[in-house]
Write a protein that binds this ligand. Structure first.
Ligand SMILES: [Zn+2]
Length: 440
């Protein structure tokens, strides 16, 4: 058994009572939190004690939609004329990049992205992967990166017909079965699919049949751009959510991503089936696309989360982007602030807790010991009433001093002591230009 004690921190527990403890301690054994309270009340000794004096202590953040492989695109501009629309963005950049990855690239791009994520206080990542030149076993490479860094991951391969009919179905099936069998809780699985615009009827039927036999949910882009809506209507005479419903894809374990062009009736269908919807505001804005209408989703009582879609490792900046976008678009300075914070802290937690067996997202006994300690103590009052202001205006720019994932200290005073960061970054710096060359 290993034990860890965090003392003298300003605890933001996000527990059921939403307790803020000005001088608090947390006692951890193995992967889980055992005790939380005033430092004076917790008399424990542990293998290691972290003095969090001068810092906030809060639950680790959750990224509800990522593409770890996109790491190697940072700084890259596709050759030729710039993409003018979403379809060209996929064709000129993402589908060339993912095709150029070999299985070592899959590992290293995930490793680098997860190192960045954990340094930004993120401890759980829900990933959506594609690497058509090395489909089989690609999710094992990503798993290896998760285990090397120490975070929890929910993985899926994005099935599509764009290169080969049903590409990725077997990889999802294999991964889901492996997760069930290994069963240590760190990794989980969803059945991944790209989007209806790249999925034919036969592939949808096969995917749905396998996922239903395995009793798993799906992870799929939905109505990210109008082209997905238009092609689905032209080819099948169906709206997006109706088409998904035809194959039994909505449900309580299914994550739909974006949903920017879903109408009120489709949102109602998300709600009535208990499906989850993850928005990615920075990604939509970067692509010049309509941003997911988060307030409409919330009004329809849809469990709405937030991800980065590969844009960045920073989750708090996604919450900023959510509310800033809503205010700019609707010219209303009163909206979306509280909702954006709740989406990040409460809804992402609810999503993760549907996909993983171990509960997380609060500092409370029995919870997974996923904790971030940012270098931040405010010079103005910090209470339940003021916390969201600190989150979006202060914590968003704070350095993360320590990150604990699954009870292990992963980031220690800003460094990753279990990994040779310089060597990994050097390997990545060698690999990325080779990938860029392959895309020219
Ligand atoms: Zn995505």
């Amino acid at each position: 058994m290993s034990s860890l004690l965090i003392t003298n921190g300003y605890l933001v527990t996000l527990d059921e009572a939403n307790r803020f403890i000005a001088n608090g301690s947390i006692y951890i054994e193995n992967n889980h939190i055992i005790e939380v309270g005033e430092s004076s009340a917790i008399q424990r000794t542990a293998d290691r004690t972290i003095d969090a004096r001068g810092s906030l202590v809060m639950p680790g953040l959750i990224n509800a939609h990522h593409h770890l492989y996109s790491t190697f695109a940072r700084g890259f501009s596709p050759p030729g004329s710039p993409a003018h629309n979403f379809e060209e963005t996929l064709q000129k950049l993402w589908w060339k990049l993912d095709m150029a990855l070999d299985s070592d690239d899959v590992y290293y791009s995930a490793l680098l992205a997860l190192m960045d994520a954990v340094k930004a206080g993120c401890t759980t990542v829900i990933d959506h992967h594609a690497s058509p030149s090395c489909v089989d076993g690609s999710l094992d490479q990503i798993e290896r990166a998760f285990r090397d860094v120490g975070l929890s991951g929910c993985l899926s391969y994005e099935v599509s017909d764009r290169n080969r009919e049903g590409e990725g179905i077997e990889e999802n099936e294999r991964w889901i079965r492996k997760c069930r069998e290994s069963g240590d809780g760190q990794m989980s699985a969803l059945f991944g699919m790209h989007a209806l615009m790249t999925l034919g009827t036969k592939t949808l039927e096969r995917s749905a049949e396998i996922a239903h036999v395995l009793d798993t949910g799906f992870h799929v882009h939905a109505a990210e751009d109008e082209i997905d809506v238009r092609l689905t209507m032209e080819r099948h005479g169906r709206q997006i959510m109706d088409r998904f419903q035809d194959f039994g894809i909505p449900g309580e374990k299914t994550v739909f991503v974006h949903g920017s062009h879903l109408d009120a009736r489709e949102m109602e269908l998300l709600n009535s089936t208990g499906s989850m919807l993850v928005n990615n505001p920075e990604s939509n804005m970067n692509n010049g696309l309509k941003v997911s209408p988060i307030l409409d989703f919330l009004q329809h009582d849809v469990l709405t989360g937030v991800g980065t879609d590969g844009m960045s490792p920073h989750m708090i900046s996604q919450a900023r982007a959510m509310y800033l976008h809503q205010r700019a678009e609707q010219r209303d300075p009163t909206i979306a602030f509280v909702e954006a914070c709740r989406i990040l802290l409460e809804n992402n937690r609810s999503i993760a807790n549907r996909l993983f067996n171990e509960p997380r997202g609060a500092l409370a006994p029995g919870q997974l010991a996923d904790i971030m300690i940012p270098d931040y103590l405010p010079f103005t009052p910090l209470t339940a009433d003021t916390f969201y202001g600190h989150l979006l205006f202060g914590l968003s720019y704070a350095r993360v001093r320590t990150t604990i994932a699954r009870g292990r200290v992963i980031v220690d005073e800003g460094r990753l002591p279990q990994l040779d960061e310089d060597a990994i970054r050097a390997r990545c710096a060698e690999r990325a230009p080779r990938i860029w060359d392959r895309i020219q």
